[in-house]
Design a protein around this ligand. Sequence first.
Ligand code: GP9
Ligand code: MN
Length: 425
Amino acid sequence: DSDDMTEVINYTKSISAEPNPEYFGAAKEMNVIYIHLESFQNFLMNYKLNGEEVTPFLNSLIKDPNTLYFDNFFHETAQGKTSDAEFMLENSLFGLPQGSAFITKGQNTYQSAPAILKKDGYTSAVFHGNNGTFWNRNEIYKSFGYEHFFDANYYDTTSKEDMAEYGLLDKPFFEQSLEYVKTLPQPFYAKFITVGNHYPYKMNQNLTTIDKADTGDASVDDYFQTARYADEAIEQFIGELQNSGLYDNSMLVFYGDHYGISENHNKAMEQIIGKEITPYESTNLQRVPLIIHVPEMQGGVNHTYGGQIDLLPTLLHLLGIDSQDYVQFGTDILSKEYNDIVPFRNGDYVSPTIYSIDEKFYDATTGLPLVDDNQIQKANEYKKRVENRLHLSDKVVNGDLLRFYTPAGFTKVNPSQYNYNKDVT
Ligand code: GP9
Ligand code: MN
């Protein structure tokens, strides 16, 4: 009830962090272009397969002086996979421990990014070459306040060669998206969800430009080909954004949604990374890239430990928008007050000093079990904090608590106002 809401607001206010003046407003009034990197793990970045870079474009992008690259950024998804990642980045609320909030909580009240940005004049749109019903997107996007959803109906999907298992392949997807992007009034907040690099990573060999790996485990071996394809598709799209002039007034955010190679493939992955995959190393593999490009922003490699829950407050601050009145369970990664304990959905966590995995604590740098009593005490404190954070977020989602609180200046979303059918828009 509303008492619970008061507890939650007190909590989220207590974890909200002052913006870093060096970055606050660095992307003020710019378009936001999110690029969802399907199943993309961070080990792919700068990885060389048989001496050849797998993702040469993204590797060059992270060296751009206006790019921030976070190399200790973790996915925090559970069974909801892609939808959990989206849920976090739109709301800074955790996905649920079981199932997908996208499916079970589609009718909740949300204060999501599209609705927050609306009062600053932003149009919002999602682009995705799969059916709109997948993950219940066509319903929950309305609750998030998305004005446009360009799903498979908006794309030409008649050529078999252009299709992946979950929709239109990334190259035709981005190509065909362009005409729609250009129609959006600026500034816009847009998200492009790719599908080419999705398990089981099978691809028409005529479209590949890198050899498979040779571990003997097909999904691991093929993963490099679909990742390379995604890299090329993104390179082409960025080129088009440059040609159209959008690149110069847009903030680009790339994030990996969740792991692509599950623990079932550890044997093959050991050959790829050249290390035994212990629970500690398996946790290290849960890193996904976070890459933010903003024209004229001071870039660099940022080693802060962060997770998907932190994306929204980080983004709002880069846009020069205050986030403290919103109920958000992450904090701005760029803030000097940022608290670098990264919760996983099951109550485990990582931090620069301690990893907590499956009721065991490890030294974050050596991977050895913690033995020092003070360290263990600290680890237990962190664990309590993580559990409390998850618990309060679940309270909000399960109790639909945002019904009871509307931040100052925020206009409540009216989902029935949106219709994503092609002929209507
Ligand atoms: C499908 C896509 C895949 O539309 O987003 O979702 P996933 O299987 O990765 O959760
Ligand atoms: Mn996914």
